[in-house]
Write a protein that binds this ligand. Structure first.
Ligand code: PTJ
Length: 258
């Protein structure tokens, strides 16, 4: 389907098209289409925009990624299909690897995702040859690499599964997730939850990390400044505000239908 740009739902329908194309090319799990539908419903409630709360979480996430010693970006089928070039740009900026780690694992889909990310400019893509396991998870979800997730200190995991998020935290990692559903187990477990559509959030993170790195290089932002902001951030309070913003839109006289 080619959506005309004049269609009022152009952006949302184009994202669907990209995901379906990813499914046809063997990148996205069939279940990924269902997960996307759930995300869309929450995005609708959010007003399909980056809220102030998402902006605060993105700022703290950018500080965590910049100050990390071994950051890693974990990519699954939906993320790989929707924002491959943006993931490449963020990983270049942070000089960090990308690791393909999928829930519905098949070797064929891992390979397809690795190739796809490389074609879109990712310089270091791990995950094809796992050599470690995360404790506390049975099944292939535990598989990871020592060069990447296993020895990382900060992991950015958009659209994570709740059990794996917990296992990453139990392994001592700081976890940043992007999830449109503020009620999901992942959203409630992670250190920093960005309640935003990853198609908006990854570009925002590129922008935030770029600006913070520039400010740091000019001496306008120190490591201590960033640590202070990270410590002052309460994920729980921010999430409560996001839920309030979602509900509040419907109590507002100015609410517009999308
Ligand atoms: O590629 P795989 O095998 O790793 O599978 C990926 C899916 C997404 C199928 C798998 O991780 C899964 O089952 O995820 P869940 O547990 O259904 O969680 C998906 C979460 O992502 C839901 O809470 C959705 O609200 C949210 N979500 C969906 N699309 C987006 C999103 N959040 C941000 N941006 C989106 N575009």
């Amino acid at each position: 389907m080619t959506v005309p740009e004049s269609h009022p739902r152009y952006v949302s329908l184009s994202i669907r098209d990209r995901l379906v194309e990813g499914w046809e090319n063997g990148l996205v799990a069939t279940q990924g289409l269902i997960a996307h539908g759930r995300g869309e419903a929450f995005d609708y409630l959010l007003g399909e925009t980056t809220t102030e709360e998402a902006g605060s979480a993105e700022l703290v996430a950018s500080y965590m990624l910049i100050t990390a010693s071994r950051p890693v970006i974990s990519v699954n089928g939906n993320v790989g299909a929707l924002v491959p070039s943006e993931i490449a740009e963020l990983s270049r900026l942070l000089t960090c690897p990308v690791e393909v780690n999928i829930f519905h694992r098949t070797e064929e889909r891992v390979k397809a995702l690795v190739r796809h990310l490389e074609e879109h400019g990712c310089q270091k893509v791990l995950g094809e040859h796992p050599d470690a396991r995360l404790e506390g998870l049975d099944h292939a979800r535990a598989l990871c690499t020592r060069e990447g997730i296993y020895n990382s200190d900060v992991v950015l995991v958009p659209l994570e599964d709740g059990d794996r998020c917990q296992a990453l935290m139990d392994a001592g990692k700081k976890v940043i997730t992007i999830d449109l559903n503020p009620l999901s187990r992942t959203a409630r477990t992670a250190d920093v939850t960005i309640v935003n559509n990853l198609t908006r959030s990854i570009p925002n993170l590129i922008e935030r990390c770029g600006s913070a790195m520039k400010a740091a290089s000019m001496g306008d932002l120190t490591g201590e400044d960033m640590e202070r902001e990270i410590s002052a951030f309460s994920n729980r309070e921010n999430m409560m505000r996001v839920i309030g913003a979602m509900v509040g839109r419907y109590a507002s006289e100015n609410m517009t239908f999308l």
